[in-house]
Design a protein around this ligand. Sequence first.
Ligand code: Q46
Ligand code: ZN
Length: 313
Amino acid sequence: MKCKKCGANDAEVYLAYSNLKLCPECFMLLAERKVRNTIETYKMLSKNDNIGIAVSGGKDSATLAYILSRSFEKIPMTLIYIDLGIPDYSQHCLEKVKELSKIIDRDLIVYSLEKELGFRIPDFKSTIYGRKMCSACGTVKRYLFNKITYDLGLTKIATGHNLDDTVEAIFNSYMEGNVGALVRLKPVLPKTHPKMMPKIKPLICLTDMECLLYATYRNLPIRMLECQFAKRSRTIRRKEVLNLLADKIPSFKHTFISSHYRRILPLLEKALGGQSVGDEMGIFDCPVCGMPTSLRSMPCHFCKIVSLLKRKA
Ligand code: Q46
Ligand code: ZN
């Protein structure tokens, strides 16, 4: 079977949602075009930008960094890696992001939790987060990527959230009736506080599998180890359910996300009068670290969970 685009090479990739059979070269060009179109549609980048790219050693952030760097050569970009101190895994991922930074010739900032803050993610095992390590880890990463981007004087941060991540997050917010989270799950999050950096998600148009195929065909350095805390998380189980739906209805994820952004989200925002749920309560400065928080006169989530470790020490 020949590639449906070029008609010359053998097709290796089948995109069921659009019934396309492509050769690796045409698939990679299509993926890059989709990302560039997403960036244009949502006005994610401007020529004065100097962006941070959150990298983890995984397929998504490697794909993101490669496509951004190649498509927007003139825009300054810095890779940011947080060393979480997870035995074997963090060191392995660090080696991958170092290789990636060499390949794309962009600077890499490595922030070590242990060196900078004196703790590691596994230290949360002995706290109330022992059974939900990913929740503590997510809070730490979100906080630090924002803070590092701010401290470095960059203009925004790009993350590797892909289409599957976003469909799962929207689906979960529907399930929980969490309208606030639903309204915040946008491809672009603008600056709502002087220290809250804008966030962009250029991979929102590519599935998990497309990111994996892209990183593999481009021979990008990606991790081979799984984090020891990743086992059977709820997020993974919800993704499995959504994949079952996509097996039966191949366009399910694309239709779901486009209906949400085109039809549901504008209505929700209108109903909220242009505010996100929680906006009416404002954004405050954390009394401990000075970074933005939705909690009035209280430490931010990051400071709260870090204080748990200090109490244990
Ligand atoms: S690193 Fe952190 Fe992940 Fe490990 S503890 Fe969970 S969130 S699984 S991407
Ligand atoms: Zn704080």
